[in-house]
Design a protein around this ligand. Structure first.
Ligand code: SF4
Length: 402
């Protein structure tokens, strides 16, 4: 896994979720494991309902996000909300740690097994830890019991003495999903010394004084790949092309000006958009392309869900809230219903929708986006993303390099 604390955006870090019942010793384990105070109460005073996401560098794992969650057996008034938040954390976890402790020798791990099953269904590697091994004389029996119920070997740890913590690091390193962190935004499209032109309109939607995350991440990757990169606003596309001795190998554009760039690009240059690149980087591009076919079948009665990961106030000509709904209604009829959700809001039940359109999701980790896609797949609801939608609606999806 490449990268350091300074150059790895949170969404690209290995997410390690730590789960367990209230008082199982989760927070003490995290503090011992990270040598830091990461506990829920310490970090967000007064809001013990929300998991704490703590980015840090952990040897030998590299840049990680440790997720400390509320106890999943919470039966308080706020319990339901806590469990929902814990579930969300479980959807984001690349690896899960379940801390079990049975100080009264109760032998009841029903809740742990329920969560183990949930994580297993998401193909998330799980490590069981038996906490408080320094004071619990039944640790070995509990380890055997977990093995009997799950087939998994649990590790004994003591946050108090630090016993077993090194073994946890080694085991977690072994559980890192294959090829984690090796995926490239631009895939195999370009390599060293290839000329790449980025078209980035700095319009009303662009934040003042900075570039948006997909642009920054793509630019950084191209520089790491030692590509020759040129960036322009849409109005400077033609002069930029005229100034170049040879056509760029690849043009990456903001989806909103796809049509314009396609019309003006040299025929030798490949074309894609930031959003299409992120569809493959964070999600499942073939499913998105397949889902885009649904755009042709939408009618006046159809119901579409737009999921935008950033929660910002709607802007004039906002792509997710204004432009895409307008394009859809123009095609399917004004009666078409569009629901918009933002942030981590994403309905459990998608069956009312004919199509889900996701943004580029650059703020989320891949695991979480794939779990959304998985939900859509299981409910047989087509899903696509902004870039693929715009490319399809402007009739150039088949002309895009993927
Ligand atoms: S998370 Fe979505 S809405 Fe936010 S900047 Fe990335 S692509 Fe745009």
């Amino acid at each position: 896994m490449a990268g350091t604390l300074n150059d790895t955006p949170g969404s690209n870090r290995l997410h390690i979720g730590v789960f367990g019942k209230t008082n199982s010793g989760k927070s003490s384990f995290i503090n011992a494991f990270t040598h830091q105070e990461v506990s829920i109460v310490a970090d967000i005073a007064g809001t013990t309902t929300d998991p704490v996401y703590k980015p840090m560098e952990i040897s030998p794992l590299g840049p990680c996000v440790i997720i400390d969650t509320a106890g999943f057996d919470d039966t308080s008034e706020l319990g339901e909300r806590r469990v929902e938040k814990t579930k969300l954390a479980a959807e984001k976890a690349d690896i899960a740690v379940i801390v079990v402790s049975q100080p009264d020798n109760e032998w009841d791990i029903t809740e742990e097994l329920k969560w183990y099953q949930f994580l297993k269904e998401k193909n998330t590697p799980v490590l069981f830890l038996v906490g408080k091994s320094d004071i619990d004389p039944h640790t070995e029996e509990l380890i055997s019991y977990i093995k009997e119920k799950t087939g998994k070997k649990a590790l004994a740890i003591s946050a108090e003495t630090g016993a077993g913590i090194d073994a946890v690091r080694e085991e977690l390193a072994r559980l890192v999903p294959e090829n984690f962190g090796e995926r490239k935004i631009t895939g195999e499209l370009v390599t060293e010394e290839d000329l790449v032109l980025l078209v980035m309109p700095q319009d009303i939607q662009a934040p003042k004084g900075r570039l948006i995350l997909p642009q920054v991440q793509t630019l950084r990757e191209l520089l790491d790949k030692k590509c020759l990169v040129m960036s322009v606003t849409t109005d400077k596309l033609v002069p930029a092309l005229a100034a170049l001795k040879e056509p760029p190998k690849l043009i990456i554009t903001d989806s909103q000006v796809f049509g314009y760039v396609y019309e003006h690009k040299p025929k030798e240059s490949m074309l894609t958009s930031f959003s299409v690149l992120f569809a493959a980087y964070k999600g499942d591009l073939p499913y998105y392309v397949e889902g885009a076919k649904m755009l042709d079948s939408l009618t006046n009665e159809s119901h579409v869900l737009i999921a935008e990961c950033c929660s910002h106030a709607p802007l004039q000509e906002d792509i997710g809230r204004v432009k895409i709904p307008r394009m859809l209604k123009k095609r399917a009829g004004e009666g078409l219903t569009v629901d918009i959700v933002s942030g981590t809001d994403f309905p459990e039940d998608l069956s009312d929708y004919d199509l889900v359109i996701q943004c580029g999701a650059c703020m989320f980790n891949r695991k979480y986006v794939l779990s959304r896609i998985d939900r859509a797949k299981k409910q047989q609801v087509p899903m696509t993303n902004y870039g693929v939608t715009i490319a399809h609606l402007t009739g150039i999806l088949d002309k895009i390099s993927m």
